[in-house]
Design a protein. Sequence first.
Length: 383
Amino acid sequence: MKKILVITDSYLTRQLWEKGLRDALGNLYGSQEFRYTELRTDAPGSMKWSTEPVKGVREATGDPGQIEKEIEDAEILVIHFAPITADVMDADKNLRLISSARGGPVNVDVEAATKRGIIVTGTIGRLAPPVADHTIGLLLAEVRHIARDHAAVMNGSFFSGQFLGRTRRIPVQEMEDKTIGIVGFGQVGREVAKRARGFDMKVLAFDPYIDEATAAKHGAAKVDLDTLVRESDFVSINARESPETFHLLGEKQFAMMKRTAYVVNTSRGSIIDEKALVKALQNNLIAGAGIDVFEEEPLKKDNPLLKLKNVTITPHTAGGSDRSSLRSIALTAGTVARYLKGEKFVPGEVVNPSVCRLSESDFRIWPFRRRHWRGRLGFYGRC
Ligand SMILES: NC(=O)c1ccc[n+]([C@@H]2O[C@H](COP(=O)([O-])OP(=O)(O)OC[C@H]3O[C@@H](n4cnc5c(N)ncnc54)[C@H](O)[C@@H]3O)[C@@H](O)[C@H]2O)c1
């Protein structure tokens, strides 16, 4: 019997978690000791969602102190937005698995977990379909001036759109036969490609970690970044945030783009140099942008993007849908089931697979490494 603590919140409620875990575990559910606790987000000292790291974690809500108090000796911690800092891990010497319902568990201090021999898992592509829908939605809204025309009509100006752009610098473009360039060809990028092919677009992909055959399997031609920005009518950013992808699109790339090109970013704000984007939009180096994510969130009232006429903006809502919550829980529950059954993890779901490997230094046991070493032996070959 394993002790499992599930931290619920207003998105992923106890009711949803319990059902998802029961469905995935079947008879195994009853033989475990499950505890559920609601994440308090208004507690004093609670971390508000922040794009800057706080105590080794980002994009977290809630107070790590609450979890330190409540974790006790759980072997498995199931989370969503809760901040899992090194202090939380040190409060529970029995902790072996942190299973996050997020695609990228940036609210977990993964480095600290790895040092302690704790496996951290995420949910691959849990929000890929809604983010891809939203990407195409932002693109259509911007290219066809939908949001602007909506605002004009609501303000009493019915003919502001002037019939599909005759008076606009860039006429409304059709989607068919255009080229879309997808930067980051993972779960979301591939879903964007699928939708773009439905519009009969040509798809280019830039992603150093996939090969040509993988791109081709999903209907895309693998190219380098320069070719992508030069040849695309629409550029969609769908990479993961990392030091390598920081400001991947900046002044140089905007200068290389077609003046009629549109950029959509539904991934993470830091991947675009926002200042350079504002300049490119102000100087009409590109036609427009659809943006869901920003370098600093929430967006400040004086952000220059809010003054521009050639942008369509949404408040980091691309991942939401009627199925997002259930899919996130089902994927996480599947991971917990694999752990409990001693099965191999699905490739990619473990974000720190080195915990499943052994090195010579793992056999040097001194008190502070004992937990780390024992954990690795138990996980050997499972990631
Ligand atoms: N806006 C939202 O609400 C929302 C919701 C969910 C996910 N997202 C974001 O969408 C993005 C894509 O998510 P995903 O599930 O497809 O992730 P993923 O991990 O499946 O795919 C990311 C891809 O980026 C690629 N990549 C890594 N380094 C790169 C580089 N230097 N240049 C180009 N590509 C690089 C990887 O090889 C991978 O194929 C992530 O940034 C994620 O945080 C946003």
